[in-house]
Design a protein around this ligand. Sequence first.
Ligand SMILES: Cc1cc2nc3c(=O)[nH]c(=O)nc-3n(C[C@H](O)[C@H](O)[C@H](O)COP(=O)(O)O)c2cc1C
Length: 199
Amino acid sequence: MTKVLVLYYSSYGHIEQMADAVAAGARAGGAEVDIRRVAETAPAEVVTAAHFKTDTAHPEIEGPDALADYDAIIVGAPTRYGRMPSQMAAFWDTTGGLWMRGALVGKIGGAFTSTASQHGGQETTLFSILTNLLHHGMVIVGLDYGFKGQMGVTEVLGGTPYGASTIADGDGSRQPHQTELEGARYQGKRIAEMAAKLK
Ligand SMILES: Cc1cc2nc3c(=O)[nH]c(=O)nc-3n(C[C@H](O)[C@H](O)[C@H](O)COP(=O)(O)O)c2cc1C
């Protein structure tokens, strides 16, 4: 069976919800799916003062070597100033050994993200994730235009050809829209199908 990993970081739960949707899509695409989060590296006082969401059902990734067990890896992270958060970057900074061995070469990779504002850095954040996957030799699958929900300008919505996305608003009050969750499911399913084809 094709094995897919959804690896994410989320401070306030938007990306966690998107991760669940990506995973549901990958399962619908026939894959066995694990959802793992990367370690929180912010100091405890920051986590408390900034009201990060700390309760989650998803276990932390065991370590970088775990990545080698999967046929596809889909990485989700909210933006920090237009790029991925240091929590996610710190994890990828531990994958040098995998890179040396070429352990991820030829696997399928994808990314999804969240920003506070509509133009707060969705594409740049996605590419800050995708560059890591490309350096590992992974084959990128985005959110293709078969997903019609990313078209149209009458509603404020996430969704980019580079990966699924949502918009949280400045106070985090906006929750992922059904169309954005559909985009996440679509990308997860597409990646599972592509991974099965390459296996
Ligand atoms: C330090 C910091 C920097 C941020 N920078 C941006 C930014 O450049 N653009 C933006 O739209 N949102 C920015 N945000 C908002 C987060 O992206 C938003 O809280 C996140 O998308 C919500 O996802 P989550 O619930 O999964 O954490 C920033 C948040 C923090 C804490």
